[in-house]
Design a protein around this ligand. Structure first.
Ligand SMILES: Cc1ncc(C[n+]2csc(CCOP(=O)(O)OP(=O)(O)O)c2C)c(N)n1
Ligand SMILES: [Mg+2]
Length: 357
């Protein structure tokens, strides 16, 4: 938290200064540019609750995975809460999102039921996917959650297709594609940004640049200085934002969603952040340097940033903030109990939901 004030400056630094970085007029947002007054008290409360729901959900998933109660593989979203929360606060159930292997946060922020999600991760019959998918396959079509996805870059085509559907049916719904810095180097990224741009599709590409793809640093794997600057190649706005700053993310997402709803086409947002834990649970993280810029990002907690900011601007009181945290703890505890008490899938269910009628 101590380094928070320095972050906007850090954000404008690029490791690989490319020719394009100098040509493109990149907007770099931080909270100081956001009119916090525009955010209502109710909205602020909801967003803080969502961030805590994600954090509590993830810390408990970590705990029960370590205790051997969760089968399979889990990738935790803790540390990146402000991105999913700030983006999804601009969406309704009629809008779509596509998620990643690190998808719990996106699903919580889009309104996924905590009990159904936790039961899915525990592999129980009451889970959103009847316990057959687990952590990387959480989906809820009624909430517009098109699914977490084990394929890196798997969301680009789904989100672009969903946006195509929205436009074809003349709805004002949008689609959001969350993806990592590693996914930005998949071929699908380029194909879908191009297509979304020529057809002016209502899609927002939200890059979560957490500085690593597994153990590979982002600066090593990317030829461009930033991911946002690639937007210029596809003739759409590219925005870089402090992904630890909920208000800033909320604001840039709001502008992009409004633009998409007006029929003006896609936007690429790069939100810089850092994951609190390993790539997956069990990762020894020997590759982490935890010094310099990386340490600055690791030291910032988006929930503290929000809390300080909300108090400083008279948006919420300490008592109100504490009450929200308590409510979130209770909700997540109930979700865990629900998951633990639920039955494992019946063996016959293996053959159910395999073919369409
Ligand atoms: C198509 C494909 N290639 C490789 C993998 C293995 N893999 C899983 S996660 C991951 C790194 C993804 O990094 P990033 O997109 O930055 O997301 P992050 O884990 O940082 O959220 C890789 C290479 C995969 N699941 N799918
Ligand atoms: Mg990454």
């Amino acid at each position: 938290m101590s380094n928070y004030k320095d972050l906007p400056q850090q954000l404008s630094k690029t490791r690989n200064q490319s020719a394009v970085s100098e040509l493109v007029d990149l907007k770099v947002y931080d909270a100081t540019e956001v009119e916090v007054e525009q955010v209502s008290k109710e909205k602020a409360k909801t967003m803080y609750k969502t961030m805590w729901d994600i954090r509590n959900f993830e810390e408990n998933t970590r705990r029960f995975f370590a205790a051997g109660q969760i089968p399979g593989f889990v990738h935790l979203y803790a540390g990146e809460e402000a991105i999913a929360t700030g983006v999804c606060a601009n969406l309704t159930d009629k809008d779509y999102i596509t998620s990643t292997h690190r998808g719990h946060g996106h699903c919580v922020a889009k309104g996924g039921d905590l009990k159904g999600m936790m039961a899915e991760i525990f592999g129980k019959e009451t889970g959103l996917g009847k316990g057959k998918g687990g952590s990387m396959h959480i989906a809820d079509l009624d909430k517009g959650i098109l699914g977490a996805n084990g394929m890196v870059g798997g969301g680009f085509g789904l989100a672009t297709g969903a946006a195509m559907r929205n436009k074809y049916l003349k709805t004002d719904s949008v689609a959001v594609c969350f993806f990592g810095d590693g996914a930005a180097n998949e071929g699908n990224f380029h194909e879908c940004l191009n297509m979304a741009s020529i057809w002016k599709l209502p899609v927002i590409f939200v890059n979560e640049n957490n500085l690593f793809a597994e153990s590979t640093p982002q600066w090593y794997s990317s030829a461009s200085g930033t991911i946002a600057e690639r937007a210029a190649a596809y003739n759409m706005p590219g925005v870089r934002v402090n992904g630890k700053d909920l208000f800033a993310v909320y604001q840039v997402a709001k502008e992009a969603v409004e633009r998409a709803r007006r029929g003006e086409g896609p936007t690429l947002i790069e939100a810089v952040t850092y994951r609190d834990h390993g790539h997956f649970e069990g990762d020894e993280q020997k590759y982490k340097a935890l010094e310099g810029e990386e340490k600055d990002w690791a030291d910032v907690d988006a929930l503290d940033v929000f809390r300080d900011y909300a108090i400083e601007h008279g948006l919420l009181t300490e008592e109100e903030l504490d009450a929200i945290l308590e409510e979130s703890r209770k909700d997540v505890e109930e979700a865990i109990k629900f998951a633990q008490d639920s039955p494992i899938p019946r063996s016959e269910s293996l053959l159910e939901d395999v073919f369409a009628d």
